[in-house]
Design a protein around this ligand. Structure first.
Ligand SMILES: NC(=O)c1ccc[n+]([C@@H]2O[C@H](COP(=O)([O-])OP(=O)(O)OC[C@H]3O[C@@H](n4cnc5c(N)ncnc54)[C@H](OP(=O)(O)O)[C@@H]3O)[C@@H](O)[C@H]2O)c1
Length: 290
């Protein structure tokens, strides 16, 4: 059952992302109230039917659901610490880490609000399309209540009741993204010394990345089982190839920090007796502080 109260949404923060979120909600026909600290950013949204609120506190009272998307978590507290959040649902799509998300959940709940934390795995232009993936965590019932509304923003995925999960996935995704990009930049730097340009290497690199991605389910199964039989290659074999990577990088005069780090981690695992096991045994190195 939907009625105007169910589908009315407030968006706080009309930066690049907040404006895209509000536009997506408007396009889906939701009554959308908007507010931004600096005036003048709501013009196009208001022309498209958004209702401007005079204050953030008034904006929160205008809808059962408020979506907040600011620069960081301290900005959220600064903005809403004195607002009346009683009986409202707050969905915080501001980027942060899992501890910030869990702390914000307690803060919101102490103010009588229901709280979901979220992470946006997309850029503003794709908000409102299925290509935009938005992750949510917090009580499932609260997510399900608002799921039809959140569908206006993109593909909504609920990760679990733990409020920290969306941020944790977000940061884990960043680890993937930067690691893949850094590996590509390393290879590009090496090949450029031989006159191979980045565009020539890119399709080859893409093929390698896609091939490695295919290994993940099987390797994940080994990690979850805690057993790493060398089915295709032993870590000691990989470590010998890592020597080539380090020595080649040094000989070419390109940065060898990443190759050395890769090799140092494998060397530690081998020293701990894991040389005969398969690559994902390195989770033991990744899983402890250093
Ligand atoms: N843009 C992206 O591609 C993207 C992708 C994924 C996630 N995100 C996340 O989305 C969030 C917003 O990003 P954005 O790109 O929209 O940033 P942005 O364009 O810089 O907008 C930041 C927004 O936060 C507001 N703000 C900052 N401090 C505030 C405070 N103390 N009180 C009230 N409002 C405050 C700003 O208001 P003023 O206009 O008054 O300065 C503005 O509306 C970030 O956490 C970002 O990591 C962005």
């Amino acid at each position: 059952m939907t009625n105007e109260t169910d589908t009315a949404v407030t968006v706080l923060g009309l930066g690049l992302m907040g404006r895209a979120l509000a536009a997506g909600l408007l396009a889906a026909g939701h009554t959308t109230t908007v507010w931004n600290r600096t005036p003048g950013k709501a013009g196009e949204l208001v022309a498209a039917g958004a209702r401007p609120a005079a204050t953030a506190a008034a904006a929160v009272r205008a809808s059962a659901l408020t979506i907040v998307c600011l620069t960081d978590y301290p900005a959220v507290y600064e903005l809403l610490d004195t607002a009346d959040l009683t009986d409202r649902t707050l969905i915080n799509l501001t980027s942060g880490d899992s501890a910030q998300a869990r702390t914000a959940a307690r803060w919101a709940e102490q103010r009588g609000a229901r709280y979901l934390d979220g992470a946006i795995m997309a850029v503003p232009p794709v908000i409102g399309t299925a290509e935009a993936v938005l992750l949510y965590s917090g009580p499932r019932a609260d997510f399900e209540t608002h799921e039809p509304t959140l569908a206006a923003l993109g593909t909504a995925s609920h990760l679990g009741d733990d409020h920290g999960l969306a941020s944790l996935y977000d940061v884990a995704g960043l680890a993937m993204m930067w690691s893949v990009l850094n590996a590509w930049l390393q290879g590009t730097a090496m090949l450029r010394t031989a006159g191979v340009d980045a565009a020539t290497f890119a399709p080859f690199a893409r093929q390698i990345a896609a091939g490695v991605a295919e290994w993940l389910p099987g390797y994940a199964e080994q990690i979850d089982r805690g057993a790493y039989p060398a089915e295709v290659s032993a870590l000691a074999t990989d470590a010998r190839a890592m020597v080539h990577l380090v020595e080649e990088s040094e000989a070419l005069g390109v940065n060898a920090e990443l190759p050395r780090l890769i090799k140092a981690m494998a060397d530690r695992a081998i020293a701990a007796g894991h040389g005969d096991e398969q690559y994902p045994v390195l989770i033991k190195e990744f899983g402890k502080p250093r």
